[in-house]
Design a protein around this ligand. Structure first.
Ligand SMILES: [Zn+2]
Length: 113
């Protein structure tokens, strides 16, 4: 039984990293257009193709594309990965700026009095 299960887990991991890689490449190349519709809904447009709707409900990602219908939810399609990657990229500089401002204001308070 275990011998049958292990290659299957490896295959899922491989399929997942392949999609994550494709999403990353598409974002870098500017082929993915990720638009936030509501706090937990996004529209992902890939080049000239029709946009797909990606949503997050109770920690579960869903997408309207054929790949997700066939392989989801075990495997997150490249659209979901595109949203996840672009959200992370949006949040990181924001958090870094806030920390920098906070440190600066503390520094000034120590010097001034
Ligand atoms: Zn998709």
């Amino acid at each position: 039984m275990n011998q049958l299960c292990n290659p299957l887990i490896g295959e899922i991991e491989e399929s997942q990293s392949e999609r994550t890689g494709r999403a990353q490449a598409a974002l870098i190349a500017g082929r993915f257009q990720v638009t936030r519709i509501s706090p937990q809904r996004w529209s992902v447009k890939n080049g000239d193709k029709l946009p797909y709707a990606v949503s997050l409900e109770d920690g579960m990602w869903t997408c309207t594309c054929m790949d997700f219908r066939q392989r989801g939810p075990q495997i997150r399609c490249k659209h979901i990965e595109g949203v996840r990657l672009s959200e992370e990229a949006d949040y990181q500089p924001f958090q870094t700026n806030q920390k920098t401002c906070y440190k600066k204001s503390i520094g000034q308070k120590q010097i001034e009095p």
